[in-house]
Design a binder for this molecule. Structure first.
Ligand code: HEM
Length: 401
């Protein structure tokens, strides 16, 4: 089948509200060709069933390069220091790399972090009290997950602001093409220093544990070690912030939702799943590349073609979810794909869920009168199609309870 290539995918206009276009594509060209600002042309998968199939198909590799003009086209020494991680690996490397850290992310180990996450949340909310207006992203949604992942890994929180700039540039990818190599270089230099410091002064944190694995058992190369730290820090920086930000926006934009959750706190865990489905933080899963010709949803994808799975589109597929365009705080069945599916299913999902439950629980209780400080149409979305999140969310906290 010949198909036009959509050149406007990832345009700012598209990003402002991608859902109508996704709905049209699901109905007409569910596996369609799009061009990204980097120049890469990829197949975009928009239906739920096709998305699940693509995410588990071993013929779609995470380890192959995505052509020449990709977001990953970096000088080899920098590239290797950030790209030898589990999300860019197929089995057996993927299995080995994931197993090295999976023990730190089990539901039980994560639950043990609850008291510390509550403390961090309380401190951030205390700092908002009494202020006329704050950016909820800057003051709350961003610092909370960063502090948690930095503490878990054993990264001093001092360099958080530079980190945020590099990290934002990196996930915007081709939308920030000029700054990308500099940001990656800065991040690699920082991570290498961090590893050297921890090697000299080990603690009981995850990073010291990983360095031990590297140095004693030799199951992790130096590039794999820095790439692991890179992946965990980026994942910790760029995702949960948008679950909290997007969820808060959804509640404040239609105030009766905020009031209902305050009145029925038992709805909170399900409401968080619904935020994930309705406006999930990861718009498209990361690139996969076909190792051989294959069919997705009746469309032939050729060996070497890059494939992007649009999680945001799949999670509003009416073939899977009744009234998918409606945010239902009490939706009963919610098998959304916001954390991905298959062997690359999000390692940090239990952590993200716990952080979100604590964050929303305390925000609702502490600031009952919280409201948007600007009309919703003035809010802008971050560039790029990997992450779906607001640039900022100005709010009036109102009196603290
Ligand atoms: C993988 C989403 C939070 C660590 C993924 C994937 C998605 C995702 C969709 C799969 C990507 C793909 O298949 O291409 C999210 C969302 C989060 C979140 C929506 C927050 C709401 C976190 C956190 C961490 C984390 C807090 C940990 C620090 C990872 C890792 C992988 C991953 C290590 C790669 C797993 C693998 O390749 O086996 N995440 N994530 N994520 N996530 Fe998350």
């Amino acid at each position: 089948m010949t198909q036009d290539v959509r050149e406007d995918y990832a345009d700012p206009a598209f990003q402002a509200d991608p859902h109508p276009m996704y709905a049209q594509w699901r109905a007409t060209t569910p596996v369609r060709r799009v061009r990204l600002p980097s120049g890469v042309t990829a197949w975009l998968v928009t239906r739920y069933d096709d998305a699940r199939q693509a995410l588990t198909d071993p013929r779609l590799s995470k380890a192959l390069p995505v052509g020449q003009a990709t977001d990953n086209a970096l000088p080899p020494p920098i590239g290797a220091a950030v790209s030898r991680h589990m999300l860019a690996a197929d089995p057996p490397d993927h299995t080995r790399l994931r197993r090295l850290v999976s023990g730190a992310f089990t539901a039980r180990r994560i639950e043990a972090l609850r008291p510390r996450i509550e403390e961090i949340t309380d401190d951030l909310l205390a700092a908002m009290a009494g202020r006329d207006r704050v950016d909820l992203i800057d003051a709350f949604a961003f610092p909370l997950p960063i502090q948690v992942i930095c503490e878990l890994l054993g990264v001093p929180a001092a360099d958080r602001d530079s980190f945020r700039t590099w990290s934002n540039t990196i996930v915007a990818g081709s939308a920030n093409r000029e700054q990308l190599p500099g940001a990656l270089q800065a991040m690699v230099t920082y991570i290498r220093q961090l590893i050297a410091e921890r090697r000299a002064h080990p603690g009981d944190d995850l990073l010291s544990g990983l360095i031990g694995v590297r140095d004693e058992q030799d199951r992790l190369s130096e590039d794999e070690l820095s790439s692991m730290v890179f992946l965990l820090l980026i994942a910790g920086h760029e995702t949960t912030v948008n679950l909290i930000g997007n969820g808060a926006w959804l509640l404040l934009d239609q105030r009766e939702r905020w009031d209902r959750l305050r009145a029925e706190p038992a709805l909170l865990p399900g409401a968080i799943e619904e935020f994930l489905r309705f406006e999930g933080p990861v718009e498209t899963a990361t690139f996969r590349v076909a190792t051989e010709d294959l069919e997705i949803g009746g469309t032939t994808v050729q060996a070497g073609d890059p494939v992007l799975v649009a999680l945001l589109a799949a999670d509003r597929d009416d073939a899977r979810f009744p009234d998918p365009g409606e945010l239902r705080l009490d939706r009963a069945q919610n098998p959304h794909l916001a954390f991905g599916h298959g062997i690359h299913y999000c390692l940090g999902a239990p952590l993200a869920r716990l952080e979100a439950q604590i964050a929303f629980g305390k925000l609702l209780a502490r600031f009952p009168g919280l409201r948007l400080a600007v009309p919703a149409h003035e809010l802008t979305w971050r560039p790029g199609v990997l992450i779906r999140g607001l640039q900022s969310l100005p709010v009036v906290p109102g009196p603290a309870a």
